[in-house]
Design a protein. Structure first.
Lengths: 654, 433
C-alpha cells in the first residue's frame, strides 16, 4: 500500500489544505480524525514508514489517526479547528471515494492467462474410495475396525453434517426403519437441509477467526461472515468461487460478509498473504516473512512476492455504531499500489517487490509488472490459488474435510501441507482431490462420497490405541466444537436461551429475554466480556460467550485439544445447567420421570436423549446401584443426568 | 493431581510428539539431559523442590486504555503540555509526581519509575498484545502472556489453584503454551470466580457422590468403546477441577476474611479489592496475578477522568506495596504498573489526550527492584525520550530477570518453530541497583 500512488488533482488539493491544518493542529484534532476515518484504521508500522516518504499531508493525517481512539466518537464540539479539519477530511474522503472508483480501471498491463475452468463429472464412487483405502490398509497390515451400528452412525452423521445431535425421535426413526440404503438416504437428506450450511459456515468462520489479528467482532463482522458463508454453502457454490469471494472482497461488511476476511487482518498484505496461503493452500509460507524458511524450501523473497498481490487495500469505518446498531467497516482499494519489503542488510531501506506466485502454475508466474492495480492483483491472486492447474487448493480442502469427518488427516496439522510434506495414504488423497478439482470443486459431492464410504462409517478408536495408530483403519473420536456443544446442551436440557434461540411454543417474549439475559450474565462470569465489547450489537447473546468459553481453533490437531477448567466448572456447577437438570415440573427430567414409573425405562429414555444411545449393561448396573444407594429417585436421576452431561462422550464426536 | 498432563509425552502416529506432552517436555529437557536414569515423576519432584526455592511471583496492575504519563508519574507542570497539572512531593527527595497520587508518593521509596518507555504501536489491541507478550500479533503464532510463561516456568505442578489469574476481565491468553496455562478469570473480586461454588441443593457430599457416579459411568461406557484416550484426558481435567474447588486454598478468594481496615485501605472499589485479592492469591501460592483497571483511554476530559481513576488506583497500588512489604513478600513479588501506551503530550480540543506510544511510563516495585529511583527521562514538552530509552522487550527482559526466568529459553510453536520467551532487548540494569 503506498501513498506514492498517483492521486487525482482533487485529492492532492484537498490534501494540501489538510496539510496546512494538520501542521498547525495535528495532535489536537485527533478525535475528529478518528470520526472521519474510523477507529483502528491504524497504519501498520511498515506502512507508516512508507507514509513518511509520501505526501506530507497524508502522512500527518495518518500520524494523528494512529493516535486516534478506536472507540470514542467526537460528538462534542471540538472547536473551530476540529470542525474545519473535519470539513476538509470529508472532502478528502469523497475524493478518495472517487479514487477508489477509478482504481477498478485496468492498468493496461498484459495479464497472465489461466486455463479456462472445466467441469468433468467425477467418477470416483464411495466403493472405489474404499478400495483405495483398503489397499492402503493392506499395506500397513492393520485390520480395519468394524462398521458402526445404526445407533452409532446416526449420532455421527447428524453431528458431522448438521452440527447437532439427533433428537430421540430422529434416532429412533432411523434405527427402526428397514428401508434400503437408509444411510445414503439420510446423508442426502441432511446435506440438503439448512443445518448443514450453518454448521460448516461456523466451521470456516472459526478457521478464519482464530487466526484473525483483529479479534474485535464489531470491526470485523464475524456474524456477517458466517451469514455469507452459510449462503454460499447452502447454494453449494463451488469452492473456488467461495475462495475467490473471500480473497477479492471489497466494500462494506454489512453488504458483503466476505469483506470480514480482509478486515480480520485490517487489510494488511503480509497477514492476508499468510492466511490465504494457510487456509486455501495449506502452506505456511508466512514463516518465511522475516527470513528464508529454515526447513522448507520457501524463500523470504517468495513470501513477499505473494504478499505483493494484496497490496493497496485499506480498511476504514464507513458507519459508526450506535445503540443496537453495529458499526460498518469497509475495505477499499487504491489505484496502483507499490509493495516493498524491508532490506535485511539495511532495515531503513525498502526493496520494491512485484507480485509472483510461489507454486508451479500453468499461467506464467514470471514478470508481472509492479504497475498492476490493487484490483488486478487480488483477482490474479485468486486465480493462481484456485486455478485447476494448482493441485494444492484441492488438497488443502479435501485434507481439512477428511480430518473433520475421519478424525485423522492425510497431512497433520491440516494447515501445514504442501510440496515439502509427506502425506499418509497419498493415493487416497490424490484420487479424491484430483476428482474433486476436475469436477469443479463441488463441495456436496465431496461430502457425499466420503460420508457414504465404509472408511467413514467405521467404529471409533482412540488415536493412540492399536488400530487408531494406523490412519484410516477406524474413525477417530474428536471433541465437539463450541457451537455443537451449545446446541447439544440446549437441545438435551431444553435451554434454547443458552444457544440464543427463540424458545419453541409460547411467544412469551419477556420470559425469553429474561432467560437470555440470565444465560448471558452467567457465561460472562466464566468467559468474561467479548473482545471489543458487544458494541452496538444488542443480539450478541449467550452463544458468542459460550464460544469464548468453549471455542477451539479448528485447525488445531485433535491431540492438542484439551478441555479447560472453566469449561468443566461450567458444566459441573453453573446454575443454569443445574436448574435445568432438576427433576421438577416443566423440566426435561421432571417430565421423563413423571411419564415413566419404571427406572430401567426412564434410564433408557435419558440415555437416548443425551447420548443418542441406550446404556450398556454395565452402565445399567452402575446406575441401578446408584439409585439404591441414594434412595431418592428424583435426586438419583438428577445426578445421573448431571453425569451424562459431564461425561466425555457428551462433548465428543464418536 | 496434575501429574498426568505433565508426564504424558505422547507420540502420535506421525511420529510427532503431541503438544500436550511436548511443551512440558521442552521445559524438562534441559534438566533431563543431565539427570538420565530418573523417571519423569522423579524429575517432576526435583523440579518442584527447585521451584519452591525460587518462589517468585508477579502482580501486574494493568491500566487498560493507556494511562497518561503526564498525569501520573511524569508530569510537566511547567510546560503548556502539562495541561495545568499540579505536582506533589514524594518520599524520594527531588522526585515529584502528579497530584492525585499522594498515597503512592508516600511509598515511592519502594518504586522505580521508568519515564522513558518507547514503542511504535498505537492500536489498543495490538499494543496490549505486545506489552503482554513482547511480540507484535501475527496470524502464525499466538505468543503467550508473559504471566503464562512465568506460570509455566515457576508454577509448582502440584499446586491446586490456577497458576495465573486475571482479575477484573479477561486478558491476553496462553497461546501456544496451551490451555492448561490459560489465565483463570475472576470477573468480579467481590464474588467467587464463575461456577466455583457448588449449585443449590448440592453439598460437598452430593458433589463427591456425583463425581463417583461420573467416574463409574465413564469407565463402563465410552472408555470401552474407542474413547479411552478422551476419557483419560477428561478424567484428569475433572479431577483437577474438582480438586481445585474443594481445595482449602479456595479460601484465598474470600475477601470477607480480611479485616475491614485492610479492605478499606485498598479502597472499596473493584480495582482496590482486586489488588487485595491479588495479594491473597500470591500468598496462597499463585505465580502471576493481573488486576485490570479500565477506562484509561481518556480522549475527552482527560484531567477529570484520570483524577477519578487515580482515586481508585492510588490507594490500591500503595496499600498493595505496603501490605506486601509488611508481610515480607515484597522481595519475592514483582509489582508492575503499566498500560499499553502513553498519551499525547498536547491536550486535544476535547480536553483529552490521544494515543501516544512514543513516550510513556511504567512503575515497578518489589522482586529485587531498587525503589526510590527514576530511570530515563522525557523531554521538557514530553514529546521525546531524552534519556535511556526502554523498549518493550527491554522491559519484559527485566521482568524475566526479576522473576529469575531465562528469557532466551525457547518454547515450541505448534509448527515446531522455536520462539524465545523474549526476543532481543536488554535488562534495564539500573532497576536492580
Amino acid at each position: 500500500m503506498s501513498p506514492l500512488a498517483p492521486v487525482s488533482v482533487t485529492t492532492r488539493t484537498v490534501r494540501r489544505r489538510l496539510g496546512a491544518l494538520a501542521a498547525a493542529a495535528v495532535f489536537t484534532v485527533a478525535p475528529a480524525l478518528a470520526f472521519a476515518f474510523g477507529p483502528d484504521d491504524t497504519p501498520a508500522p511498515s506502512q507508516a514508514k512508507a507514509a513518511q516518504k509520501g505526501a506530507k499531508a497524508k502522512a500527518k493525517a495518518k500520524k494523528a489517526q494512529a493516535q486516534a481512539d478506536s472507540s470514542t466518537p467526537a460528538t462534542d464540539d471540538g472547536g473551530k479547528a476540529a470542525r474545519e479539519t473535519f470539513q476538509v477530511l470529508r472532502e478528502l474522503q469523497d475524493a478518495l471515494k472517487s479514487e477508489a472508483r477509478t482504481s477498478d480501471e485496468a492498468s493496461g498491463a498484459k495479464l497472465p492467462e489461466f486455463p479456462k475452468k472445466t467441469v468433468q463429472q467425477p467418477t470416483l464412487t464411495p466403493a472405489e474410495l474404499d478400495r483405495l483405502v483398503d489397499k492402503y490398509l493392506e499395506g500397513t497390515k492393520t485390520p480395519a475396525a468394524p462398521l458402526t451400528t445404526d445407533v452409532e452412525f446416526v449420532r455421527r452423521i447428524y453431528l458431522d453434517i448438521t452440527g447437532k445431535i439427533p433428537t430421540p425421535e430422529q434416532t429412533r426413526a432411523f434405527v427402526n426403519t428397514h428401508e434400503k440404503d437408509k444411510r445414503g438416504k439420510l446423508i442426502e437428506h441432511l446435506l440438503n437441509g439448512p443445518d448443514y450450511a450453518e454448521n460448516w459456515a461456523r466451521y470456516w468462520r472459526d478457521v478464519i477467526r482464530y487466526h484473525a489479528t483483529n479479534q474485535n467482532i464489531n470491526q470485523v463482522g464475524f456474524p456477517e461472515l458466517e451469514d455469507w458463508l452459510k449462503d454460499q454453502i447452502a447454494k453449494n457454490r463451488p469452492w473456488d468461487e467461495v475462495a475467490r469471494g473471500l480473497i477479492t472482497a471489497t466494500g462494506r461488511n454489512d453488504e458483503n460478509g466476505a469483506v470480514a476476511f480482509g478486515l480480520a487482518h485490517m487489510a494488511q498484505p503480509v497477514e492476508l498473504a499468510g492466511e490465504v496461503s494457510r487456509i486455501f493452500l495449506g502452506v505456511q509460507i508466512q514463516c518465511a516473512q522475516c527470513h528464508d524458511h529454515p526447513t522448507d524450501s520457501w524463500k523470504r523473497q517468495q513470501f513477499h512476492e505473494f504478499a505483493s498481490f494484496f497490496a493497496g487495500a485499506r480498511q476504514r469505518q464507513a458507519v459508526r455504531g450506535g445503540m443496537g446498531q453495529p458499526p460498518v467497516f469497509e475495505v477499499m482499494l487504491q489505484g496502483k499500489p507499490r509493495y516493498t519489503m524491508p532490506d535485511l542488510k539495511d532495515p531503513a531501506k525498502q526493496i520494491p517487490v512485484a507480485p509472483k506466485f510461489f507454486l508451479a502454475s500453468a499461467a506464467p508466474a514470471k514478470d508481472l509488472p509492479n504497475s498492476l492495480t490493487a484490483r488486478e492483483r487480488r483477482d490474479l491472486a485468486a486465480s493462481y490459488v484456485t486455478s485447476q492447474d494448482n493441485p494444492w487448493f484441492a488438497k488443502a480442502f479435501v485434507n481439512r474435510v477428511w480430518y473433520v469427518l475421519m478424525g485423522d488427516a492425510f497431512y497433520m496439522p491440516v494447515d501445514d501441507i504442501g510440496p515439502d510434506r509427506e502425506a499418509k495414504a497419498p493415493e487416497v488423497l490424490e484420487a479424491l482431490a484430483t476428482q474433486w478439482r476436475q469436477g469443479g470443486y463441488d463441495v456436496r459431492w465431496l461430502f457425499r462420497t466420503v460420508l457414504n464410504s465404509k472408511a467413514y462409517q467405521r467404529e471409533v478408536r482412540s488415536t493412540f490405541s492399536a488400530s487408531g495408530r494406523t490412519p484410516f483403519a477406524a474413525n477417530c473420536p474428536s471433541r465437539l466444537r463450541a457451537d455443537q456443544i451449545v446446541d447439544a446442551l440446549a437441545q438435551v436440557l431444553n435451554l434454547p436461551a443458552l444457544a440464543g434461540q427463540a424458545p419453541a411454543g409460547n411467544g412469551n417474549g419477556k420470559g425469553e429475554n429474561a432467560a437470555k439475559k440470565a444465560a448471558t450474565a452467567e457465561l460472562k462470569s466464566a468467559a468474561g466480556a467479548l473482545k471489543g465489547g458487544a458494541g452496538g450489537r444488542r443480539n450478541i447473546g449467550p452463544r458468542l460467550l459460550f464460544n469464548t468459553l468453549f471455542g477451539v481453533d479448528p485447525s488445531t490437531p485433535n491431540d492438542d485439544v484439551l478441555g479447560t477448567i472453566p469449561q468443566a466448572l461450567f458444566l459441573m456447577n453453573s446454575p443454569q445447567v443445574n436448574r435445568a437438570i432438576e427433576a421438577r415440573p416443566g423440566t426435561v427430567l421432571g417430565e421423563i420421570l413423571g411419564a415413566t414409573p419404571d427406572n430401567r425405562v426412564a434410564l433408557n429414555v435419558l440415555y437416548v436423549r443425551v447420548l443418542a444411545r441406550e446404556p450398556t449393561a454395565k452402565e445399567v448396573q452402575a446406575c441401578g446401584r446408584y439409585l439404591e444407594t441414594v434412595g431418592d429417585r428424583r435426586e438419583a436421576f438428577e445426578d445421573i443426568l448431571w453425569s451424562l452431561i459431564n461425561s466425555t462422550e457428551f462433548i465428543t464426536r464418536r | 493431581m496434575t501429574e498426568k498432563t505433565i508426564v504424558k509425552v505422547a507420540v502420535s502416529p506421525d511420529g510427532v510428539v503431541s503438544r500436550r506432552g511436548f511443551l512440558r517436555g521442552v521445559g524438562l529437557g534441559v534438566g533431563a539431559a543431565g539427570l538420565a536414569g530418573l523417571s519423569f515423576t522423579d524429575l517432576m519432584a526435583l523440579r518442584a523442590d527447585d521451584l519452591r526455592k525460587r518462589q517468585m511471583a508477579c502482580i501486574l496492575l494493568w491500566m487498560g486504555g493507556g494511562p497518561s504519563q503526564m498525569d501520573t508519574f511524569d508530569p510537566k507542570p511547567d510546560h503548556a503540555n502539562g495541561g495545568g497539572i499540579k505536582t506533589i512531593e514524594t518520599a524520594v527527595p527531588g522526585v515529584r509526581i502528579a497530584e492525585g497520587w499522594s498515597k503512592t508518593a508516600k511509598v515511592l521509596s519502594e518504586i522505580a519509575l521508568v519515564r522513558s518507555m518507547t514503542n511504535k504501536e498505537g492500536n489498543h489491541q495490538r499494543a496490549t498484545y505486545q506489552l503482554h507478550t513482547g511480540y507484535a500479533p501475527t496470524g502464525t503464532v499466538k505468543h503467550p502472556h508473559i504471566g503464562c510463561v512465568a506460570a509455566n516456568e515457576l508454577g509448582d505442578p502440584k499446586f491446586d489453584l490456577p497458576h495465573i489469574v486475571s482479575v477484573g476481565g479477561p486478558t491476553v491468553g496462553a497461546g501456544m503454551l496451551g490451555v492448561g496455562l490459560e489465565p483463570f478469570l475472576v470477573q468480579n473480586p467481590l464474588q467467587p470466580p464463575g461456577n466455583t461454588v457448588l449449585p443449590n441443593k448440592v453439598d460437598t457430599h452430593r458433589f463427591q457422590r456425583r463425581l463417583g457416579l461420573l467416574h463409574a459411568l465413564e469407565h463402563s461406557g465410552f472408555e470401552t468403546r474407542g474413547g479411552a484416550d478422551q476419557v483419560k484426558d477428561h478424567t484428569a481435567l475433572y479431577r483437577q477441577t474438582a480438586g481445585m474447588i474443594l481445595s482449602p486454598r479456595m479460601k484465598a478468594f474470600h475477601l470477607d476474611d480480611e479485616p475491614a481496615p485492610v479492605r478499606d485501605a485498598y479502597g472499596r472499589t473493584p480495582f482496590g479489592q482486586g489488588c487485595l485479592l491479588a495479594r491473597r492469591l500470591v500468598q496462597a501460592g499463585v505465580t502471576f496475578v493481573e488486576v485490570r483497571s479500565n477506562g484509561w483511554d481518556t480522549h475527552q476530559n482527560n484531567h477529570e477522568k484520570v483524577g477519578d481513576l487515580a482515586a481508585q488506583v492510588d490507594p490500591a497500588f500503595s496499600s498493595l506495596i505496603t501490605d506486601l512489604k509488611q508481610r515480607g513478600m515484597l522481595e519475592k513479588t514483582l509489582v508492575i504498573w503499566m498500560g499499553e501506551f502513553g498519551r499525547t503530550p498536547k491536550v486535544n480540543p476535547n480536553a483529552g489526550r490521544d494515543h501516544f506510544p512514543r513516550v510513556f511510563n511504567v512503575a515497578l516495585a518489589g522482586g529485587g527492584v531498587k525503589g526510590g529511583q527514576v530511570i530515563g527521562a522525557s523531554s521538557a514538552d514530553g514529546t521525546e525520550v531524552k534519556d535511556h530509552p526502554v523498549a518493550v522487550n527491554d522491559l519484559l527482559r527485566s521482568v524475566c530477570h526479576a522473576l529469575k526466568i531465562d528469557p532466551t529459553k525457547e518454547n515450541m510453536s505448534p509448527l515446531g518453530r522455536p520462539i524465545k520467551i523474549v526476543d532481543g532487548g536488554k535488562v534495564v540494569t539500573p532497576l536492580f541497583g
